[in-house]
Structures are given as structure tokens and as C-alpha cells.
Write a protein that binds this ligand. Structure first.
Ligand code: DX5
Ligand code: ZN
Length: 222
């Protein structure tokens, strides 16, 4: 397995000083910038939209990993692709409410813009739910908390989903797929998470709350 990557979540940054926050995690060795987009409907809070991603795009060369926690994601793909997202992930749970094929259609739409795509599953969604779209995905995002807020406690059973996705991906010849984990990742549990097969670790409070962000990123990356 290649070296793990760390994607600090800017949800834990000071939104009034976002530029400085991005520069800080860049200097600290972040591999990607994880952008949590929330719509006040799929999840309770509202964060930001394409304009924020567009502004961040101008100040960093790091890949922008856009996690859409929104209803009707298909309607928003254009804005995030145009804003310069490198990867866009969409929730299985939001898509299945619309139609059985909506997730597949959304992933294909993301790819049509030349942007990498991924499916996201909540902690109580079995990994099998997205097996039929894994061949389309550059990444699978396994949630290890219920989406909406930073600073929640890691749900250990989510590692079962990581293992199942890795096993299934291997069985279809896509063993090199990125598996990202998001929620409650700390310097203390990162090793166990990597061992389960996740290779992209999102960390919000564990990075932004650390006195030494570079040391925290190094520790999470392993
Ligand atoms: C939760 C978000 C996460 C969150 C992670 O809904 O998707 O990306 O910011 O924050 P921590 O690492 O603090 O759990
Ligand atoms: Zn996220």
C-alpha cells in the first residue's frame, strides 16, 4: 500500500481567516484540502458553496477534496467543477432518496467535467450499498461519524466498511482505489484506521486543534 495521505478539514478552521488557515496546513504538510459543503437540509448546518472553493483554488496548488453533504447533488456539480475541485464526493443516502440510478448518474456527471469522483457512505449504511458503482469511483469515502459536525467521536464499526470496500475493490481488480475516512480521526486512532485499509485520512479538530499542526499531520499519516 502506498503512503497514506492527510486531508485537513477546513470545517475546523476560522472561516474569517480562511486564507491563512489554508497556508498554515500547506506549510504543515497537508496532502489535500478537505472542503465540507453542507446545505442545512441533508445535514443541519450550512457551510459554504462553490465561491469558497473558487477562492481557495486561487491560493493553493493542493488538491481540493470537496465533500458534498447536500440534497440533489447533481444540480451543484457544475459549480464545484468550475470552481476548481479536484475530487467531488457525493452521499449514497442523498442520492437514493431521488432514484436508484441517481448516484451513478451523479458520478458520471462529475467525471464528464474531468474531475475525480467518489461515493460516500454513512456509518449505518452497509458498504454493499455502493458496490455497484465502485468501478466508477476514484475514491470511496467512509464516514466514521454521522455528517454535520466536526469534533465528534470516532465510530469504530465504520472500519468494517473500510475493510469491505477494500476487499471488494481488490476482487474487481481495483485494489488501488483510494479509501478515505472522515470523522473523529486522531493521532491516537490513525494507525488502526490505516491498518483497516483507509489511505486518505480526513482530520478536522485533530489538525486545527493541535499546537503543532505539522507534527499532528505526520503522526496521522504514519
Ligand atoms: C463531518 C465532516 C468532517 C468533519 C471532520 O460532517 O464531514 O469532515 O469536519 O471533523 P473531525 O476530524 O473533527 O471529526
Ligand atoms: Zn467531510
Amino acid at each position: 500500500m502506498t503512503k497514506a495521505k492527510v486531508a485537513p478539514s477546513i470545517l475546523s478552521a476560522d472561516f474569517s481567516a480562511m486564507g491563512e488557515a489554508i497556508k498554515e496546513i500547506e506549510r504543515a504538510g497537508a496532502d489535500l484540502v478537505h472542503c465540507d459543503v453542507m446545505d442545512g437540509s441533508f445535514v443541519e448546518p450550512i457551510t459554504f458553496g462553490g465561491q469558497m472553493v473558487k477562492n481557495i483554488r486561487k491560493i493553493t496548488a493542493l488538491p481540493l477534496d470537496v465533500h458534498l453533504m447536500i440534497e440533489h447533488p447533481k444540480t451543484q456539480i457544475k459549480f464545484f467543477a468550475d470552481a476548481g475541485a479536484d475530487i467531488i464526493t457525493v452521499h449514497y443516502e442523498a442520492c437514493k432518496k431521488i432514484s436508484p440510478t441517481y448516484l451513478k448518474e451523479t458520478l458520471e456527471l462529475i467525471k464528464s467535467y474531468g474531475v475525480k469522483c467518489g461515493a460516500v457512505i454513512n456509518p449505518d449504511t452497509p458498504a454493499e450499498a455502493i458496490f455497484d458503482v465502485i468501478d466508477l469511483c476514484d475514491m470511496v469515502l467512509v464516514m466514521s461519524v454521522f455528517p454535520g459536525y466536526g469534533g465528534q467521536k470516532f465510530i469504530p464499526t465504520s472500519l468494517e466498511n473500510v475493510k469491505k470496500v477494500r476487499e471488494y475493490a481488490l476482487s474487481i481488480g481495483k485494489g488501488d482505489i483510494d479509501i478515505e475516512i472522515d470523522g473523529g480521526v486522531t493521532c491516537g486512532n490513525a494507525e488502526e484506521i490505516r491498518a483497516a485499509g483507509a489511505n486518505v485520512l480526513v482530520a478536522g479538530s485533530a489538525v486545527f486543534g493541535a499546537p503543532d499542526k505539522a507534527a499532528a499531520i505526520d503522526k496521522i499519516r504514519g
